[in-house]
Structure formats: C-alpha cells, structure tokens
Design a protein around this ligand. Structure first.
Ligand code: SAH
Ligand code: SF4
Ligand code: F3S
Length: 479
C-alpha cells in the first residue's frame, strides 16, 4: 500500500507509514525523462527550506533537478515562476509558521498568475495537513512528500498541462534514489546523506512516519561522493542520517557499520568530517575508537539526551538510561579529551514531574554540554505520546524551558571560553550575517568565529587567534 487514492490524488496515511515489513530496499537510478527537457527554460524558481539538515540536502536535490529542467534560481519571490516550501512537521509551531507563509505568498499570484506554489517535505506526509491544504489553501498547486521528490519535474509538467492540483504523497517504507543532480548551497562544505528514514520510533516523534524506514546508502556510493567533493575543492562533509549510528544495520548480505564508514573516510583526503545525528543507544565503542583517530574527524559530537530522568526516557522509548548516557560521555572524554558535546532536550513531556525535570537539570550540570537545542514537548498526531495525558500546564513548561536555557547558556559560554587566547583552525564560510565587514566560519569544535579579513580567503581553512569568547560566538584575528 502506498497511500490512499482519491480522484487523481494520492493521500498519505500515517498508519501505513508506521509499517516496517520489507527487508529489502529498492534502488532507483534517476535519469532525466526526455519529455521534461526544457520545461523550465526562461523560468525561475525559489525554494524555502524549513527543518533539519535532511531537508537542506533535499532542497539541494530539488534545486539540481530544476536546473536540469532549465529553471534558474532567484532570491526575489516576485520574480519566481515556482515557489517550493520544503516543510518540517517536528513541532506544531514549525507547522503554524509554514501555514502562515502559505497565506502570505498567496498574494504573489496577483503579480504572476502563472506562479506555481508547491508544498513538499515532511508536512504533507500527515493526512490532516493535506486535508487542510485542500480545504483552506487553494493557492497550492502541487503537494508531494519525502519519498518522491525526484519526480518533481513530472509534477510540474502535470500541473502546467492539466491546470489541476497535483497531490502525490506516498506513505511507504521508502527507496534509495541515486543520481539525483544536486545544486549545493556552499562550495566549501557539503551535506552527504548516508541513510534515510528512522526506525527508532521515539514516542513523541513524527520522523519515522514522515521519512520511512531506516535504509542505508551503499558505502561505495558514499565514499565516491566524498572523493568527488574533495576533488572539487570541498573542505568539509557532514554525513547525514536521523540516526547515523544505525548505518548498515539494514544491509542483508554484508557486515559494514557506521564505524567502518568513518574509518574508510578517515583515510581520504577530505579535510573535515562531521556527522549528525547520533543516538546514545546505538553509538558503539568502535565508533568512539575511530573518532579517537581524529585527523579529519572533527572533535564535536551532537548526542541528543532528551531527558535526564529514567522514568521519562522510558516513556519516550529512547532505550537507554541516564547512567548509560553518562557512561558514554565518560568514554567519549576518555578517548577524545577535548571533545565538544552538544545535545537536544525536551521539557514538559507528559507526566514529567518536578523530580524528573530536576534530574534533567542535574544531568546538564554534570555533563557540561557546550550547547543544546531545547524544546517544549509538542504532541504530534499519530504518535503514541500524543495520546499520553498531558498534565503539565503551559506556564510550568515555559518556566522549565527558561530554567533549562539559563543553564544551557552557561555551557555555551564556558565551552567558548576555553578557546580564549588559543589559535584555532577555521573554515571560512563567508561574510558574517550580523556584520558585513567581518568574515565568519566554524572551528574544528564547531564554534562560530567572527574575524576581520579579505574575501579571497572564503572557502579556506585558516589559523585564527581567539581574542574573546561570547555566549554565541568567538571573536578572533587572523594569525
Ligand atoms: N534524529 C534526530 C533529530 C530528531 S528531530 C535525533 O534523534 O536527535 C530534532 C529534535 O527535535 C529531537 O532531538 C527532539 O529533541 C526534538 N523533537 C522531536 N519531536 C518533538 C516533539 N514532538 N516535541 C518537541 N520536540 C521534539
Ligand atoms: Fe525521531 Fe527518535 Fe528517530 Fe530521532 S531517533 S528521528 S527523535 S524517532
Ligand atoms: Fe522536520 Fe522532517 Fe527533518 S519533520 S526535523 S524536516 S525529518
């Protein structure tokens, strides 16, 4: 079953999306269909991306596809012939923002009656979103999900031809599609998908429903992509997966894990390797040992803990304990002494007592995280936790988030302070967002640094002496 049919529409089903029945994953090789050649000639596109790095990488694929059809990118939305919103469903406020944006861009159709508006990514994988769009947002012309973005050209073709709304959302376990052209956003750092989907089913999370089952790309394809990027002058790759530590678990006839992949990439010439996201249950000793080889493997790990209370971790279906998490942190610091560790934390999970929350604060205090993304629990329809009794009032949730953030911000500052007076290596990204006279980039420990410099060094790794640490960034001078 790949979704529900109605008229020409294909609707999603969260219930079908939960299924994990197939062992094998279909491999698809993308080629450009002849009838699509040139359909974007003299036309312009604009993609707005929300959500995680997975979506950023998907948007680069859509940009690549559109360019092969003849489209060119624009920044001014009034000039666009197609606007694509690549959406995120992780929390309700993320969705509300996107609905607001849909309302706003509706008026652009007045300037350009031929403008196509497309909604894709994780939100359309939820049936209630598709129904709401059909009912309340007639300005949307094309709706598709995460499984079929490589068919974008077909949907545009259909939308031009039929003048009818195109709704094509598959709820299925998912394939691996190779050969989709990418137009990368940067020329010095690149996302590299190593796997898709998620099988963890943390009780609060919509991702296993929106992205399908965990499926790993062939490691030859990944290594080749990194080699090609290196040859093109790229300095950094970030390996992407919802749970990179589960890489290879779905291989049927070979035994090749994330640690093997990291080990093989460690031997390549790519100057910097990062990866995200890691899961405490699956981060194994071998991976830590390979990380300890350092070289091009950056000394930073994002390891979401979600809560410091065993009671809550169990209800979240995280499958590790507070003790196991702390043990992992000790091991990481033993093997990679100056590693920077960041995390994700949810407050106000159903049933979270004062003691549970205090346990989270206590864990944050113990671990000395150098950064954390913190969230108030948001019930996602279709997930188990959305049915748990939510017995915490909103004021308490806000107070907990505030108290947690206060502690987390101290961690950010302390993490930055340890580099004051030191010389660090920075990959120069470009001009600083806040100050156009300054350059900015990230250190090996993933710290943002601002410094004065000439644009000719953009894309290079340079030595910067850190003069002062602030909560959110470092200020330095080129050595
Ligand atoms: N696969 C990654 C990222 C998942 S989404 C991981 O496992 O860490 C990023 C973060 O969003 C999660 O780590 C979690 O902290 C948060 N999150 C996910 N679902 C949420 C929900 N329903 N409410 C609030 N925060 C949520
Ligand atoms: Fe969501 Fe958990 Fe999977 Fe992360 S590991 S994407 S939090 S289900
Ligand atoms: Fe959001 Fe989908 Fe990523 S829900 S966080 S865009 S996987």
């Amino acid at each position: 079953m790949i979704g529900k049919k109605h008229k020409n529409y294909l609707f999603p089903s969260l219930q079908d999306a939960r299924k994990r029945l197939k062992k094998e994953t279909e491999q698809i090789r993308y080629t450009l269909p002849v009838h699509l050649v040139g359909i974007g000639n003299n036309k312009k596109y604009l993609i707005k991306t929300y959500g995680c790095q997975g979506n950023l990488a998907d948007s680069e694929k859509m940009a690549g596809l559109l360019e092969t059809l003849g489209y060119r990118g624009v920044i001014d939305e009034k000039e666009a012939d197609i606007i694509i919103l690549n959406t995120c469903a992780i929390r309700e406020n993320a969705e509300n923002r996107i609905f607001g944006e849909l309302g706003r861009i509706k008026t652009l159709k007045k300037y350009n009656p031929n403008l196509l508006i497309a909604l894709c990514g994780c939100m359309p994988q939820e049936e209630n979103v598709v129904f709401k769009v059909l009912e309340k947002y007639p300005q949307v012309d094309i709706v598709f999900g995460t499984h079929n973005l490589y068919l974008l050209g077909e949907y545009i073709y259909e939308a031009y031809l039929s003048k009818e709304k195109v709704v094509q959302v598959y709820s299925k376990e998912g394939d691996i599609v190779e050969g989709v052209p990418m137009k990368r956003a940067f020329s010095q750092k690149a996302w590299v998908n190593i796997m898709y989907g998620c099988n963890e089913f943390c009780s609060y999370c919509i991702v296993p429903y929106t992205r399908g089952k965990e499926r790993s790309r062939n490691y030859h394809d990944i290594i080749q992509e990194v080699l090609d990027l290196t040859r093109s002058g790229y300095k950094e790759v970030t390996l992407l997966g919802q749970n990179v530590n589960a890489y290879g678990k779905d291989f049927i006839d070979i035994n090749y894990t994330f640690a093997d992949l990291l080990f093989d990439l460690n031997k390549t010439e790519i100057p910097r390797i990062r990866f995200t996201t890691s899961h405490p249950r699956d981060l194994d000793n071998r991976t830590i040992e390979v990380m300890a080889l350092q070289g091009n493997i950056m000394p930073h790990l994002h390891l979401p803990v979600q809560s410091g209370s065993n009671n809550i971790l169990k209800k979240m279906n995280r499958k590790y304990t507070r003790e196991k998490y702390l043990e992992l942190i000790n091991k990481l610091r033993h093997y990679i002494p100056d590693i920077s560790i960041t995390t994700d934390i949810i407050v106000g999970f159903p049933g979270e007592s004062d003691e549970d929350f205090t346990a989270t604060l206590d864990l944050v205090d113990q671990v000395d995280f150098e950064g954390a993304y913190t969230f108030i629990f948001s019930p996602r329809s279709g997930t188990p936790a959305s049915k748990y009794e939510d017995n915490i009032d909103y004021t308490t949730k806000k107070q907990r988030l505030y108290a947690l953030n206060k502690l987390v911000n101290e961690g950010y500052l302390n993490g930055n302070k340890r580099f004051e007076g030191k010389t660090v290596k920075v990959l120069v990204d470009g001009f600083s967002n806040k100050n156009n006279n300054m350059l900015s980039g990230y250190t090996e420990h993933n710290k943002l640094v601002n410094f004065a410099g000439n644009e000719t060094i953009i894309g290079q790794i340079i030595d910067v002496k850190i003069e002062k640490a602030y909560t959110w960034h470092l200020r330095g001078i080129i050595e």
